[in-house]
Ligand binder design. Structure first.
Ligand SMILES: [Zn+2]
Length: 474
């Protein structure tokens, strides 16, 4: 039997794989781990010289909540593709095939969840289908802010990308591994035996070709700072942000206008800059028009990783992304995530105790219907600040039928409403900048530590790319 698998739907080269072909007999190597310090060797008793190693993703006994019974709560460096490829190469394998560990991550085989797919997409700006982070994945903790920071690292690597893994390596998902093995059954057998269960895959010959063409696109955040009027408090900063990028032009040459997403927010921060500039508040204001939000929030995570003011000096972040819609038509098109005509969603209102009152006061006379909605908390640039332990206020008027479509055009915006949301943001930012004491941060969403997989300090506060370079890719 000969089975061909299709690119993207069934397999992807692992990011960092060298370009090249391999062909050889298949050998199942468990998790592909040789770890003398924990008396574990998936390669003991099998010979992979000149053959293709087939390994499960992650590491043994990984539970749904991310805890592992193997070494401790967090995945170790042995779980990385880099480690699996290196160990396979050290044992003489010519290629590596990684399959999902379905008993631990049941959704891992779905094509959209393939590891590398998002990196793949983040390196391919012409693919307009899936530029957004999957919010379900974020909520499930499968895509962490650290992953995003890592993808910045990958994106930065450019031509060096192909030198990361030791041998050509692919990920095989979506049931395409079935002729070879049943990953969940293998995983359970290993768990039951509490030891490796490696073996040759009798009669299986695996061939693959990896061809990666890296394309890199340069972009930038646009940052301006308005010095505060109070000599002491001016050392602290309130960030007001809105992303200015959208989805570009598709293969058919159509412009994706992004009038709501996010010309609306970008125009608003220009107005806020003008208004605040004419009467500066006590603290300084940092205005950031973020680039690359649509590609994994890269711009804002880059800002937080390499802030233009000390991260500790940022007392709050106000983000505006899609503020010009809402109403009957939008609700019909997007019943779950659309807003009513007078409604504005706010995420992060519990990230500091005083925000609810502060926002209510700012809303006096504007009288928008303010609705807390944390389902949006992960989905725009405020997420990076939240993870860094900074109180956030994210204002948004919901999804609609033109969301991420070529039809998100200027004639469809409600300008009067966008103006009111901008005014609310202005008052909110001004109050935050004038508060006598800085607001405490509360991690009510329980994400700032859990997501990062490391302490925030390690991941974000060092102001240098080194920790990201060292962070394992899982
Ligand atoms: Zn947006």
């Amino acid at each position: 039997m000969r089975r061909e698998v299709s690119l993207r739907d069934e397999f992807l080269p692992l990011v960092g794989s060298p370009v090249g072909s391999f062909s050889g007999e298949g050998v199942f190597v468990g998790y592909g781990i040789t770890a003398p310090e924990c008396a574990w060797d998936d390669y003991a008793g099998v010979d992979v010289r000149g053959k293709v190693a087939v390994a499960l993703r992650h590491e043994p006994f990984v539970k749904d909540d991310g805890a592992t019974a193997w070494l401790g709560k967090r995945l170790t460096r042995h779980a990385t593709f880099e480690s699996k490829a290196r160990v396979a190469a050290e044992h003489g394998a010519v290629g590596l095939v990684v399959v999902p560990d379905l008993a631990s991550y049941p959704r891992g085989a779905e094509p959209a969840r393939m590891p590398g797919r998002r990196f793949w997409l983040s390196l391919d700006p012409t693919d307009l289908d899936a530029g957004m982070v999957d919010s379900e994945e974020l909520t499930a903790g499968n895509v962490s802010p650290a992953d995003m920071v890592e993808s910045i690292h990958y994106a930065r690597q450019g031509p060096d990308l192909s030198r990361r893994l030791a041998i050509p390596s692919v990920f095989l998902g979506a049931g395409a591994y079935e002729p070879l093995l049943d990953p969940a059954a293998e995983e359970r057998a290993i768990e039951k035996a509490r030891g490796p269960r490696s073996r040759p895959l009798e009669g299986a010959r695996i061939s693959a070709t990896v061809a990666i063409e890296a394309s890199s696109v340069a972009t930038a955040n646009v940052v301006g700072r308005l010095p505060g009027s109070d000599p002491v408090l001016a050392r602290e900063n309130v960030v007001i942000g809105a992303h200015y990028d959208h989805m570009g032009i598709d293969a058919a040459g159509r412009i994706w206008h992004g009038a709501d997403d996010n010309a609306s927010g970008t125009a608003a921060i220009l107005e806020l800059a003008a208004a605040l500039g004419s009467a500066p508040p006590k603290r300084s204001i940092v205005f950031v028009a973020f680039g690359a939000e649509e590609v994994m929030l890269l711009g804002s995570f880059h800002f937080v990783a390499r802030p233009t003011v000390p991260l500790e000096s940022i007392v709050a972040m106000v983000n505006l992304d899609m503020i010009g819609r809402g109403g009957e038509e939008d609700l019909r098109a997007s019943p779950k995530e659309g807003a009513r005509a007078n409604q504005v969603f706010v995420s992060g209102i519990d990230s500091s105790p005083a925000l609810t009152g502060l926002l209510a006061k700012a809303n006096e006379g504007i009288d928008l219907e303010i609705t807390p909605n944390e389902s949006m908390a992960d989905r725009s640039d405020q997420a990076a600040f939240y993870v860094a332990g900074i109180p956030i206020v994210f204002l948004n008027t919901g999804e609609h039928g033109d969301y991420h479509r070529v039809t998100d055009t200027a004639d469809r915006l409600n300008y009067a409403k966008a103006t009111r949301v901008a005014r609310l943001a202005l008052r909110c930012a001004r109050s935050l900048a004038d508060l006598p004491e800085r607001l405490p941060f509360v991690d009510v969403l329980k994400k700032s530590e859990a997501w990062a997989g490391k302490s925030r300090k390690e991941v974000f506060l060092q102001g240098d790319s080194t920790p990201f370079l060292e962070r394992p890719d899982l």
